[in-house]
Design a protein around this ligand. Structure first.
Ligand SMILES: Cc1cc2nc3c(=O)[nH]c(=O)nc-3n(C[C@H](O)[C@H](O)[C@H](O)COP(=O)(O)O)c2cc1C
Length: 220
């Protein structure tokens, strides 16, 4: 599965089966996590067989069922965009490995999330992981024209393809509160007002880069 295929296949999944993540898959996840930890300054921490965060002894917590595996995302407040960008790298890798995921800012029991934090760091968000009871489902998106501003005379084809990947990026409550501005080959991605909008922005920027493929552009 290519990353573009992973973008299309990925949907938030909140109900999981009993199937355990095997050692080989966990090792692949640890590999991408180590890479992201090194590059980002964020600390992604894989937690397996830890049922507390999604309600041990309860059938569900929030809308979640049977979720015992997750990634605790730990960092500084100003790292939010990097949490999104690098977290989505891990999410799409997980999708390639046959796993399902869901970003979770609110609907888990944060006091039961297992993680370590250094001074100045806190738990920013959690990424639920596992084998879904289903693959999730497509959801509505804003039209591309509402998600971008173009200074060029016409929207280039590569930019449209990149924006299609942005449309498929997960955002908190599907808010899609951002705008991608194109001026020549410069792209500026800006957040609008919204909860966790900087995490959303990081996620969307990673999707944009994948969608843009080998086309040269520069982040402004
Ligand atoms: C930053 C962020 C926070 C989120 N927090 C939650 C959450 O607390 N609970 C939940 O069930 N889903 C949460 N989600 C998942 C979104 O609801 C979901 O990504 C969005 O509705 C789009 O659907 P999709 O992921 O299937 O494309 C969150 C997503 C993001 C990106």
């Amino acid at each position: 599965m290519t990353l573009n295929e992973a973008i299309i296949a990925r949907h938030s999944v909140r109900k999981y089966t009993d199937r355990k993540i095997d050692q080989e898959t966990a090792a692949e996840l640890q590999k991408i996590i180590a890479e992201c930890n090194e590059k980002s300054g964020v600390s992604f921490q894989l937690q397996l067989n830890e049922p507390g965060a999604f309600g041990s002894g309860m059938a569900t917590y929030g809308k979640f069922e049977n979720c015992t595996d997750y990634i605790a995302v730990v960092g500084k407040k100003e790292d939010e965009e990097a949490c999104g960008y690098y977290g989505e790298k891990i999410v799409l890798r997980a999708q390639q490995l046959g796993l399902n995921t869901c970003w979770v800012a609110l609907t888990c029991n944060k006091s039961k999330v297992v993680y370590e934090a250094k001074k100045g760091e806190k738990l920013i968000i959690v990424i639920a992981l596992g084998y879904g009871q289903t693959q999730g489902h497509p959801r509505p998106t804003k039209p591309i024209e509402d998600l971008c501003k173009i200074k060029n005379p016409e929207m280039p084809e590569w930019f449209r393809t990149a924006m299609e990947a942005v449309q498929l990026a997960p955002t908190a409550v599907n808010q899609q509160k951002f705008v991608f501005c194109l001026d020549g080959n410069d792209v500026e991605a800006k957040t609008l007002l919204g909860f966790y909008a900087r995490i959303d922005l990081g996620i969307a920027k990673y999707h944009f880069e994948i969608g843009a493929g080998t086309t040269f552009f520069k982040w402004k």
